[in-house]
Structure formats: structure tokens, C-alpha cells
Design a protein around this ligand. Structure first.
Ligand code: PLP
Length: 431
């Protein structure tokens, strides 16, 4: 533990600023279950009904032209996010603006008509987590926090450490000690406080919740400022809709860890439709999990509306949350839109990674392997219509999970530097 952090906490620095926070169009927090309203604050559970808190807005009028005039990153949608009106002027990692590619070769391999890949490996720390962290940091600054913190399954650690470095903040990142080596190093390099915990993610998350209560100036992005953090995932929906020419895709496949992203992509589509930015057309949301950590998929299959926690055991560590906070809300979204949830084995995850690489030249991490493999399974089982256009969210970069393919791919041979030897190897492999 860093001494300076302990000292600040001991001095009892409070997070309350005197002025009212400028969080743009955000006006209040509202409880998810019974709709109790309360002022904007760094809180995540309703004191009235104990359900999670969500941000409520007064959007006013937002036109396509206003959005198009903005920067090519998530701040072009600042009018739909709980962030200050000058957010893009404060140093930040500027996430978003990632490419949407038409994946014809993947579509052919899956027997589908048209597939799009939203390639979020192109973010500053190579996963979609940069989006949620940038929004969390912007809100946390308005609340007067001074330290950015998180419990993480990997990508969040990268995003928090980098965003804090760029903003000149201190960071405290807690990770399960079993995290992939690449994700540990790519967090440690930003030189914040990084602490490995002897336990799984759910243990680390519990520890973070305790610390958030004890250190008033620590903003745990996915704990005490979670309502703001999770809104950042809406930008995936906004970008996809805008990149498709201002329309909602009829089918979308989304990986599930805590379930936050999936519920917020749905919220993003609904807000765009409510504001008249896109036509209010029907769409189906599909969820993807690894079988080794598939509590939401299991609940969906059993027709339940609650999620039984599990102990994760999968190579898809970025999705390994055994007790997903937004699990029940994921079930709501999937059931309301007529989608489905499936899970795939670790073997299928690796096949999914390799299929996407081979067909589209996109190298995703295990979470993307889960998404591709689940899309395949959903098509094979007739749950996802192959004749209807489908977007796959590829949320993270394969360079961070090299262990998953280590020993499964590699050079065909090691040869002396001779042209003849090259031709011989190629012939042997039928290339
Ligand atoms: C965190 C994460 C997710 C899922 O996020 P939730 O919002 O917690 O469901 C998906 N993909 C990657 C690569 C992630 O790091």
C-alpha cells in the first residue's frame, strides 16, 4: 500500500464538493426496481429498495448534426452521458471511434448473410473498458475524488491505470493473482498502485466494496461510481448505430461478465430511438458466456429471472465473474427483445479466436473468442437468424491473452535459410 494514499484516507478527506456537479444532461439517480429518485452522488445502491442505481437524464433536443460535429471518440455523444459539458478539453484517453467492419468471410464461414464486427481492440488500452473508465473518471472528478480504483478481471486494470496516469491521478488496482501475465505487465507499466490478491475476482470485488466504504476519496469505477461508469457502454450502441448509417442492427451478440455492457448497449439503442436519431426498429440482443463461467446462460436456459452464483473456471478470464451484478437485468433485456444466451467451451473459445483471425485478420482475446463461438452455436441451434444482419462486439485484443493460443499455433517448421527448404515446407503443408 502506498503511504501517501493511506495518509490521505486517514485525514478523512471528504468527496463532497461545495458546488453542484456538472454532469451534463444527467439530473438524478433512479433505482432500477421501484424507480426511487435521489440526487446525483457517488452511490450505487438505492437506500429505498436496495436495487442498483441508474442515471436519469433530461436530454433536450439532440440532432445528428450535433453528434457529427463532435470529435471522433466517445465525447461526440457527451450529450447522452453523465459527464461535464467541457469533458473533451480535460486530458483523457479519448477512447471510442473504433472501426465497424463488414465481415463477409466470417459470415460465409458461419453460413450467415451479413455480419459486422465492432472491433473494440482499437481502444487506447485495447479493450472496450477504456470507454467506461473515461466516463467514470469524468464523473468522479466532478464529485471531487482524487484516486481512481477498481477490482479487475484484467482489462479494467489496464484502463484504470492508463486513464489515471493520463489524468495525473493516483490509482489503486486490485487483481486476482491468477490474472494473465500480459494483463499484469500492461497494468503495472503505468506505475499506479497494483495489488494482486490471493483469491478469485468475486473475492477481489468484495474487498473493493469494503475499501470503497472506508476510503472516501477513492473512486472505485465499478463500485461506488458504477452508475456513471456503466453508462460508458452505451457509446458502443451509439457508434454501431451511427456507423450503420443511423439505424439499429436487427441482431447483436454481446459477451457477458457482470452484464453491465449488455444492458447498456440495449439502453443506448433505446435512447437513440427515443431521441429520433434512429428509427425505432426491433432488434434482438444475444448474450455470450464461457461454459466455465456461465451463470447467466444457465439461468436463461432454466427460464429463471435470478442468477445463481458459480465458481469460475475458464480461460476467458476477462468474463470470469461468478456473481454478475447485472445478471437479472441481462435476462430482462434478452427476454424482452426475443434474443437468447448461450455458452461455449474453452476449446470452442480458442476455435472462435482462430476463426476470426483467419477470416477477417482480427486478433481478439478470449472474450472475443466467446462471442464468435457463441454466434456460431446460436446459428447452428437456430436461435440466431443467419439471414438477418448481425453485429458481433469484439471487446478486447488477443495480444493480452496469448496463453490461450500458445502451443496451438506456431511456425510450420524451422529451416535453414534456403529457398528450396521454404518451397518444401509449403508443399508439405499443401500451401
Ligand atoms: C469486462 C469485459 C466484458 C464484459 O463486461 P461487463 O460489462 O462486465 O459484462 C467483455 N469483454 C471484455 C474484453 C471485457 O474486459
Amino acid at each position: 500500500m502506498r503511504k501517501d494514499l493511506v495518509m490521505t484516507a486517514a485525514l478523512g478527506t471528504t468527496t463532497s464538493t461545495k458546488r453542484k456537479p456538472d454532469l451534463g444532461p444527467a439530473i438524478e439517480l433512479v433505482s432500477k426496481e421501484e424507480g426511487h429518485r435521489q440526487p446525483l452522488a457517488p452511490e450505487f445502491v438505492s437506500a429505498e429498495d436496495f436495487s442498483p442505481l441508474d442515471v436519469a437524464y433530461d436530454f433536450g433536443r439532440i440532432r445528428r448534426e450535433d453528434i457529427q460535429a463532435g470529435p471522433n471518440n466517445i465525447w461526440r455523444y457527451k450529450g447522452l452521458l453523465p459527464v461535464p459539458s467541457n469533458v473533451e478539453e480535460i486530458p483523457n484517453t479519448e477512447p471510442g471511434g473504433t472501426r465497424l467492419i463488414q465481415a463477409d468471410r466470417l459470415a460465409k464461414a458461419l453460413g450467415a448473410k451479413k455480419i459486422w464486427i465492432k472491433d473494440d481492440t482499437g481502444n487506447p488500452t485495447h479493450s472496450f473498458k477504456d470507454r467506461v473508465v473515461a466516463v467514470a473518471l469524468a464523473a468522479a472528478r466532478e464529485f471531487g475524488f482524487e484516486v481512481l480504483a477498481c477490482p479487475s478481471t484484467g482489462n479494467l486494470a489496464n484502463a484504470v491505470a492508463a486513464a489515471a496516469a493520463r489524468a495525473g491521478w493516483q490509482s489503486v488496482v486490485l487483481i486476482p493473482k491468477t490474472l494473465e501475465r500480459a494483463k499484469i505487465l500492461t497494468t503495472a507499466v503505468y506505475d499506479g498502485a497494483l495489488i494482486a490478491v490471493d483469491g478469485n475476482y468475486d473475492d477481489v470485488n468484495r474487498l473493493a466494496t469494503q475499501l470503497a466504504g472506508e476510503h472516501e476519496n477513492w473512486a472505485f469505477v465499478n463500485v461506488n461510481v458504477r452508475p456513471y461508469y456503466s453508462e460508458g457502454s452505451k457509446t458502443l450502441a451509439f457508434e454501431v448505430a451511427e456507423q450503420l448509417g443511423w439505424r439499429i442492427p436487427p441482431q447483436i451478440v454481446i459477451p457477458i461478465a457482470s452484464g453491465s455492457q449488455l444492458t447498456k448497449v440495449d439502453k443506448g439503442f433505446r435512447e437513440f430511438a427515443q431521441l429520433g436519431l434512429v428509427e425505432d426498429s426491433p432488434y434482438k440482443v444475444f448474450g455470450a458466456q464461457a461454459t466455465g463461467c456461465s451463470p447467466v446462460s444457465a439461468a436463461f436456459r432454466a427460464g429463471l429471472d435470478v442468477v445463481q452464483p458459480v465458481k469460475p473456471d475458464t480461460i476467458a478470464r476477462s468474463l470470469a465473474i461468478g456473481n454478475p451484478a447485472d445478471g437479472p437485468y441481462v435476462l430482462d433485456v434478452v427476454n424482452r427483445t426475443g434474443g437468447a444466451i448461450e455458452d461455449v467451451t474453452d476449446e470452442e473459445v480458442v476455435e472462435g479466436i482462430r476463426l476470426l483471425a483467419r477470416t477477417e485478420g482480427v486478433f481478439t482475446e478470449t472474450a472475443g473468442g466467446v462471442t464468435v463461438a457463441t454466434a456460431k452455436k446460436l446459428i447452428e441451434t437456430g436461435k440466431l437468424d443467419p439471414d438477418v444482419e448481425t453485429v458481433l462486439l469484439i471487446t478486447g485484443d488477443g495480444l493480452k491473452t496469448l496463453d490461450a493460443i500458445d502451443g496451438k499455433v506456431g511456425p510450420m517448421a524451422t529451416i535453414p535459410p534456403s529457398a528450396e527448404a521454404v518451397r518444401k515446407v509449403l508443399a508439405e503443408h499443401g500451401r
